[in-house]
Ligand binder design. Sequence first.
Ligand code: G3P
Length: 227
Amino acid sequence: MEFMLDTANIEEIKNYVELLPIAGVTSNPSIVKNEGKIDFFNHMKKIREILGAERSLHVQVVATSYEGMLKDAEAILKNIDSKVYIKVPVSTEGLKVIKTLKQQGINVTATAIYTKFQAYLAIAAGADYIAPYYNRMENLNIDPRDAVGEMAKEIARTNSKTKILAASFKNVGQVNSALENGAQAATMGVDIIKQAFAMPSIKQAVADFTSDWEVIFGEGVTISSLK
Ligand code: G3P
């Protein structure tokens, strides 16, 4: 299972890469917008430095034509590094781009997936990851559990190497359900992680353990300070 951060915020990435078993970082033009008018390539290189070579970095093209997307991909690979996963929205032009990039051996994440059909075509085009938009599907009355489940079945049926990188989450229940229905990876904003650990019962359990221990062994005494 791969947990990724859907953010381009350097501080958030630094912090959560230390805290959690993070497998990568994803972004798109809307996420980049939240950081203001950044020095784009340097910013992304800084993210790569924090991630190291083992974690994956997914950066989205902005152009919408076939030629434009290929040029964006080339610029990303040249100015960040050659291991970046190029995120390409699954439109008809996007599928052509995915096929071309895969013929060149480039890492590709097919994104903006709302339907099974988009996913099936992206799998056939050889995308490394497909990113179904979980919450946005739900908003459109498309059942994301069924969709992710069927995508997983299609991957198994076709013996494909594509992984499902579920995205667009508004709560931690959606993340669980994506993973339980067959997604190998999920990308989320740090708001989702904060929400998951804000549960008062978790804090209370830790406080109870401490106070029970301290009743017997004394305040501030931990296992390592036992004589
Ligand atoms: O990774 C996709 C994601 O950023 C879209 O999420 O929250 O805009 O639906 P959202």
